[in-house]
Write a protein that binds this ligand. Structure first.
Ligand SMILES: Nc1ncnc2c1ncn2[C@@H]1O[C@H](COP(=O)(O)OP(=O)(O)OP(=O)(O)O)[C@@H](O)[C@H]1O
Length: 277
């Protein structure tokens, strides 16, 4: 794993995770998921071993059907494992879910069209039983963090796709989850919007030091955002390579033109190709 890179942080800003001392947020040991389909069982995940440390930004990348979403769902207690073990903050995924460890952002923003932007972000906090004024204050703060101050009274359908996705990120961050799970959150967006959101998400991660598990099909996105890239392969769904990023924690989009970025992208591409054989 890489040495912690703290250069460039302004004073008073804590460095992002130190791999040497960070505790494991997620541990999977020989975790398998077999779906019982009508004709034959589907090995969606086969003996996956993976440790994700607190504060890491980990991307899962691989071709369709390699088990990325299944792995995300297993970690978030949305899918049981058939065998093996998964621990989240040293608890079972269901215990972690009860303690509201997760924030989940899906490919489609999944906002309620009849609720305003503010009311959408407030909803999970209200369900948790927080006081209304507190819910509103937190929701306003989270919206400001994703650059949506001033849009509180709008309805989701009055916003662009990228803005809607920022609302769902604000909603997921509202109850301060320890782990942010993101399943291809920007897959449906145009490239320019996607670049902008990638940049904002990277800055958010840098600021908040939250653990992020991120599913993507895009090599460039995985390389730009991640501290570690998990390359997966289908039939059966498995991990073929885990790549530590040598890039510094502070990034901007121009970094994509550097030789280091190109080298890392090439390494991911090769691992994906190997997994296809
Ligand atoms: N509920 C289910 N019942 C049966 N098979 C399933 C179920 N969910 C997923 N699968 C199968 O398990 C495998 C892994 O699916 P999964 O959605 O995790 O892959 P993925 O890598 O996220 O794919 P994509 O990139 O297309 O979203 C696939 O072969 C899929 O068809």
């Amino acid at each position: 794993m890489n040495a912690p890179q703290t250069a460039g942080f302004s004073s008073g800003k804590a460095p992002v995770f130190d791999p040497a001392s960070a505790r494991p947020a997620v541990v999977a040991r020989r975790a398998s998921v077999i779906y019982q389909a009508a004709d034959q069982p589907v090995h969606a995940l086969s003996e996956v071993d993976l440790t994700i440390r607190q504060g890491e930004f980990v991307s899962l990348i691989g071709p369709s059907g390699c088990g990325k979403t299944t792995l995300l769902r297993v970690i978030a207690d949305l899918e049981p494992i058939s065998s093996g073990e998964v621990l989240v903050n040293e608890m079972s995924p269901s215990e972690a879910r009860e303690r509201r460890a997760y924030g989940y952002v899906f490919q489609a923003p999944a906002l309620f069209p009849w609720r305003t932007v503010l009311a959408n972000v407030m909803l999970p906090l209200q369900i948790m039983g927080r006081e209304l004024s507190q819910c509103e204050a937190i929701a306003r703060e989270q919206l400001a963090r994703v650059g949506l101050a001033g849009f509180e009274k709008k309805y989701p359908w009055q916003l662009s796709g990228g803005m809607q996705q920022r609302v769902s990120i604000a909603r997921a961050l509202g109850f301060e989850p320890k782990i942010l799970m993101m399943d291809e959150p920007f897959g449906a967006l145009d490239e320019i919007t996607r670049d902008k959101l990638n940049e904002q998400l990277q800055q958010l991660w840098l600021r908040e030091q939250r653990t992020v598990v991120f599913v993507t099909h895009s090599i460039a996105e995985a390389v730009y955002l991640s501290t570690r890239i998990v390359v997966m392969s289908p039939r059966p769904g498995r991990i073929v390579k885990v790549i530590d990023s040598p890039l510094p924690f502070e990034r901007d989009l121009s970094m994509r033109d550097t030789p280091e970025f190109a080298r890392l992208a090439q390494e991911v591409r090769e691992a994906l190709a190997e997994g296809h054989h």
